[in-house]
Design a protein around this ligand. Structure first.
Ligand code: PMP
Length: 409
C-alpha cells in the first residue's frame, strides 16, 4: 500500500523498543493511534511536516500546541540564532529575561510579576505551590478529568503516584458552578486555590469553552474565600487572546500558567501573577538547570512581538473557521452525523454514537494516510502559517477521507 510506505519508521520503532520505555511514551507515542500515523518525523516548515519516510503532511497538531506562527518562522529563527551566537548557558540569565517578564506584565492584565520555567507542568505546579505559600492553606480545587500536567499531583496515570501526592485536592465538574461551590464549602477556610483551564478539552469528549457565568462564579468563589484563581492557559494561551483566554469572558485570574505557544516551539513556560501573590512566589523554591536559558526567551520575545504587531491571531481564527466549516459541510454531504467543537483555533471533530472512537479513529487514519495530520481524540491546533491554499488542499484530502470512511462502512 503506497499510502502506508514506512521503512525507516519501522526500523526506528524496532530500535526504540529496545532502549526507550514502551518504545515511546507520553502524548507523542503513536502505539495507541491508528496504524497510519508515523512515529518519527524528519522536518517541518510552515504548516507542513515530513516523516522519516518522506511522507508529507499538512499539520493540524502544531506539535500539540507550541507552533503558533508556523515552523521555521523567520523572525523567531533570527532571534534564536542571534542569541545562540552570544551563548545560551551563561551562569546567569541574559537581559532578555527582564524584557520578557516586562512584556508579559504589560500584556496580561492580572500580571504584576512573571516567573519563567520550561514546561507547562512546571508552571501549573508553581502556581499551586505559590497559592499555598501565599495563603498558608492546603486545598486545591480542580475540574474532574482536566489535564494540568504530568507531575504526581496531577498526572492522569496513577502509576508511581502515592495517595499522599493527591492529598488536599478536591474536584468539581467543569461548567457546573454548584459543584464548585460545594467543593469550596468542603475546603472551608483551608482553600488555597482553584485551578482551571479556559476550555474543557478532555480527550475524546466534546470541547466546551467555560461559560461566562461559570468563570465569574469561580472568580467570586476565590474572592470570598481569599483563595487564588489560577488559569491554566498552557494549551490555549497566545492562540485566542493575548490578554489570556478568559479575557473574552471578562474574567481575570490571580495567576496564570503559560507554555506551549509562548516561544513558537522553543522550550519555555511562564507563571504570571498579581501583586498579592508576589510574596508567595518569593517564598517557594523553584528552579531548573535550563530555566534561565536566554535562547528560548529570545524566541518568546520574537513570537510575542509578531503576535502583538501582526494579524496572526486573526489569521489563525480565519483558518480555523474555514477548516471547520469545510469539515462540517463534508461530513453532512457524506451522510455522517459529526460535530466539531471547541474554539475555532483548536477544534475537534467527533462522530455521533462513537463512544469507542472507532469512527473518529478511522477518519483520522484515512486523513493521515492521505497527508492531513490531525488527531482522533485530542483537540487540534491551527497556526498563522495555515494559509487559504493549505486549508483548501487539506479539505480536498479530508473529503477523500470521508468518502473512504463511507465506503468502509
Ligand atoms: N496544562 C494543560 C492545559 C495542558 O494542555 C498541558 C500540556 N498538554 C499541561 C498543562 C502540561 O504542559 P507540559 O506538557 O508542557 O508539562
Amino acid at each position: 500500500d503506497e499510502l502506508d510506505h514506512r521503512e525507516k519508521d519501522s526500523l526506528f520503532r524496532a530500535r526504540a523498543g529496545k532502549v526507550i520505555p514502551s518504545g515511546m511514551y507520553g502524548h507523542m507515542a503513536v502505539q495507541k493511534l491508528p496504524a497510519g500515523y508515523p512515529q518519527f518525523m524528519e522536518r517541518g516548515e510552515g504548516c507542513r511536516l515530513r516523516d522519516v519516510d518522506g511522507r508529507e503532511f499538512i499539520d493540524f497538531m502544531c506539535g500539540w500546541g507550541p507552533i503558533v506562527l508556523g515552523r521555521r518562522h523567520q523572525d523567531v529563527d533570527r532571534a534564536v540564532s542571534e542569541q545562540l551566537d552570544r551563548g545560551d548557558v551563561l551562569n546567569g540569565p541574559a537581559p532578555v529575561m527582564v524584557e520578557l517578564a516586562e512584556t508579559l506584565v504589560e500584556m496580561v492584565p492580572h500580571a504584576d510579576w512573571a516567573l519563567l520555567a520550561k514546561n507547562g507542568t512546571d508552571a501549573t505546579t508553581t502556581c499551586v505551590s505559590t497559592a499555598r505559600a501565599a495563603t498558608g492553606r492546603r486545598k486545591i480545587l480542580l475540574a474532574r478529568g482536566a489535564y494540568h500536567g504530568a507531575a504526581p499531583w496531577c498526572s492522569p496515570s496513577l502509576g508511581g503516584v502515592l495517595p499522599e501526592d493527591r492529598a488536599h485536592l478536591d474536584f468539581f465538574e467543569y461548567n457546573d458552578l454548584e459543584s464548585a461551590k460545594a467543593a469550596a464549602e468542603r475546603a472551608g477556610d483551608d482553600l488555597a486555590g482553584i485551578i482551571i483551564a479556559p476550555v474543557k478539552q478532555e480527550l475524546g469528549t466534546r470541547q466546551e469553552y467555560a461559560t461566562a457565568e461559570f468563570a465569574r462564579g469561580l472568580r467570586q468563589l476565590a474572592d470570598s474565600a481569599g483563595a487564588a484563581l489560577i488559569l491554566d492557559d498552557v494549551r490555549c494561551g497566545f492562540r485566542i487572546d493575548l490578554q489570556g483566554s478568559w479575557a473574552p469572558l471578562g474574567v481575570q485570574p490571580d495567576m496564570a500558567a503559560w507554555s506551549k505557544a509562548i516561544a513558537n516551539g522553543h522550550p519555555l513556560a511562564a507563571v504570571t501573577g498579581s501583586e498579592w501573590l508576589r510574596e508567595g512566589a518569593e517564598a517557594i523554591f523553584v528552579t531548573g538547570s535550563f530555566w534561565y536559558s536566554p535562547v528560548p526567551m529570545a524566541a518568546a520575545m520574537a513570537t510575542l512581538s509578531v503576535l502583538r504587531d501582526s494579524d496572526a491571531l486573526d489569521r489563525i481564527r480565519v483558518a480555523g473557521e474555514s477548516f471547520i466549516s469545510g469539515l462540517r459541510t463534508q461530513a453532512a454531504a457524506h451522510g455522517f452525523d459529526a460535530e466539531v467543537s471547541g474554539p475555532v483555533q483548536m477544534p475537534l471533530l467527533q462522530f455521533a454514537d462513537d463512544s469507542d472512537q472507532a469512527l473518529s479513529s478511522a477518519f483520522a487514519d484515512e486523513a493521515v494516510r492521505r497527508g492531513v495530520y490531525l488527531h482522533p481524540v485530542h483537540n487540534w491546533f491551527l497556526s498563522a502559517a495555515h494559509q487559504e491554499a493549505d486549508i483548501a488542499q487539506a479539505l480536498e484530502i479530508t473529503d477523500e477521507a470521508f468518502a473512504a470512511l463511507g465506503r468502509k462502512l
